[in-house]
Design a protein around this ligand. Structure first.
Ligand SMILES: [Zn+2]
Length: 278
């Protein structure tokens, strides 16, 4: 599928940069950019075409919206997505164990009821996925008032992830930043969110095409192991990890089994010696 994703507003520190809550150290613009980058990464990793259409150089709010319109309409896509964070006058800076939660807006297009319904469903799925992380579901909301939704030629939704001015929202957000991006990406792909398991078993890790050759040879012998680029394994708990080559050994220093030669030839030689011993 094809997606255009953008963060709302200008970057922090510039004019028109969105909501900031200094007490809770929460900046809409910065977090919207973080989420946008992550969601694009996840969508691409799953084989989708995803463009980051964020605008960082608007001269004011109207100019940001004009530039977003141009960028979003430059590629035709299945979905246009704008990521924001919400604000309220009823601040809760201490926390009361209740977050205010997530809402997602879609264009109340009375002339195109089928398209309106598709947008409502997509908005509702984003809400549902984020509610699985713990956010109160404020549900999909129709509007004719948001320029982003009026400006985009292809279908669009505008996500208000949670509230910058509520300590419970911010706490839940900060401890789940990547899960939230994953849950949004899942919804955009039409899937319900399930938390990914951080544990893996039986992995051969390498970095780069050269060490991949040696790692692949080892994988011929250890067929029930999976072959992974070490860059994708940061933060994972792995049982039975074998690291092949210096690059992977550097990245995954905790690994017990390392097959590292002084150059590519010696690494291959050490792999074949290792295979002989199995
Ligand atoms: Zn906003």
């Amino acid at each position: 599928m094809k997606f255009n994703i953008s963060a709302g507003h200008n970057p922090d520190g510039k004019i028109a940069c969105g909501t900031v809550n200094n007490t809770l150290n929460m900046k809409e613009s910065t977090e919207a950019r973080y989420q946008t980058k992550k969601v694009v990464e996840y969508l691409k990793a799953d084989g989708n075409n995803a463009n980051n259409c964020t605008v960082d150089n608007g001269t004011g709010q109207t100019d940001v919206l004009n530039k977003l319109k141009t960028k979003h309409n430059a590629h035709s896509v299945d979905w246009n997505v704008s990521i924001h964070f919400n604000d309220t006058d009823k601040e809760d800076l201490k926390g009361n164990e209740k977050n205010i939660g997530v809402e997602v807006w879609y264009f109340d297009n009375k002339k195109k009821p089928a398209r309106r319904e598709e947008c409502r469903k997509k908005a509702e799925l984003v809400c549902e996925n984020l509610s699985k992380i713990g956010f109160t579901n404020r549900h999909a909301k129709p509007t004719t008032g948001l320029r982003f939704l009026k400006d985009t030629v292809d279908k669009a939704i505008l996500i208000e992830v949670c509230f910058c001015s509520d300590a419970d929202d911010v706490k839940l957000y900060k401890s789940n930043r990547d899960n939230i991006a994953r849950a949004i990406a899942d919804a955009l792909e039409g899937k319900k969110y399930v938390k990914r398991d951080n544990k893996m078993d039986k992995v051969i890790a390498y970095v780069g095409d050269i060490d991949k050759v040696a790692a692949t040879i080892l994988n011929w012998k250890l067929k029930d192991y999976s072959l992974k680029d070490a860059n994708s394994l940061k933060g994972k708990e792995i049982n039975n990890l074998i690291v092949v080559g210096g690059g992977a050994a550097n990245l995954l220093q905790g690994a017990k089994e390392k097959i590292v030669g002084k150059d590519r030839f010696e690494t291959v030689k050490k792999v074949s010696e290792y295979i002989d011993k199995i």
